[in-house]
Design a protein around this ligand. Structure first.
Ligand code: PMP
Length: 284
């Protein structure tokens, strides 16, 4: 079942509410995190919590609970939900203030957690591979709102996703303001060329995905070379394989980008192998 925790109290969907004066709602002033629990075990909870606290710190927001305590609440929430495959959403906002921007009017941050399920695409889409388009909406400049911050301002990502939907595609690839490839609307991007795995570096203006890090480890563990280096559309168009990674997406093969078939147009050997290794890793 769905479990919700807000500032120390447990709720279900019917009782969970936050103020309309919350600056998370009024201004997107807050950060969030997305985790997954398989068989009751949260995958890489410490890394997710580290990123959550770092995201908050980057926007001058103190999460009003020590990390260890939030970890305990998280585990309790997963237990209460009783789901075999659960998606967890942590959110911290600046809190309830007034209609002005001034964060000093917000007495204390709002901290909440939702445990539910998630499924981005049907299994068939994973098997066939995703159809992807490059979005015209760029990723925010890394020195404006850093994509390293998992903030409540996802509007660029949503606009990119809408572009994909308008083009009858499954997902979008976002470019940075200079035209380099960054990531999907909610997932990191990898390509494989001549057996070498490549993905944009975190400093280039992407979210440093926990799944991305796990996949890099798995690929290196399998004896593959992994390069973190800037990519452009040419690299994607000429790749042998391409795939997305993310907590919600897991490993999602890409079969087509901007009308061009990627490799043979079906799940490549490296992608297939990494998917298997990933499943083993998360399921223990
Ligand atoms: N990029 C963006 C923009 C995301 O929202 C996500 C999902 N959190 C990811 C990448 C993948 O990160 P992770 O593997 O930590 O879920």
């Amino acid at each position: 079942m769905t479990v919700i925790w807000i500032d120390g109290a447990w709720h279900d969907e019917t009782t969970a509410t936050i103020s309309v004066f919350d600056h998370g709602l009024l201004y997107g002033d807050g950060v969030f995190e997305g985790m997954r629990a398989y068989g009751g075990r949260v995958f890489r909870m410490d890394q997710h919590l580290d990123r959550f606290y770092d995201s908050a710190r980057a926007i001058w927001l103190d999460i009003p609970m020590p990390k260890a305590e939030l970890a305990a609440v998280t585990l309790e929430a997963v237990k209460r939900a009783g789901l075999d495959d659960a998606y967890l959403r942590h959110i911290v906002t600046r809190g309830r203030g007034d209609l002005g921007l001034d964060p000093r009017k917000c007495a204390r941050p709002t901290l909440l957690l939702i445990v539910d399920k998630i499924r981005l695409w049907p299994e068939e889409t994973y098997q066939k591979g995703l159809r992807v388009v490059t979005a015209g909406t760029p990723m925010p400049h890394r020195e404006a709102l850093s994509p390293r911050v998992k903030s409540l301002n996802y509007l660029s990502h949503i606009l990119a996703k809408v572009e994909a939907i308008q083009a009858s595609a499954d997902e979008a690839i976002m470019l940075d303001p200079a035209g380099y490839v960054t990531e999907g609307s909610g997932q990191n991007l990898f390509i494989v060329k001549h057996g070498i795995v490549r993905t944009p570096p975190a400093w280039a203006g992407i979210l440093k995905g926990v799944t991305r890090d796990a996949v890099i480890e798995l690929a290196r563990g399998a004896g593959l070379t992994v390069l973190e280096e800037p990519l452009n559309r040419y690299d994607i168009y000429t790749a042998d394989e391409a795939f997305f990674t993310g907590t919600a997406s897991e490993i999602a093969p890409i079969r087509e980008v901007d009308g061009r078939m990627v490799g043979a147009g079906r799940m490549g050997a490296v992608t297939g192998d990494l998917r298997q290794r990933f499943r083993q890793l998360v399921r223990g």
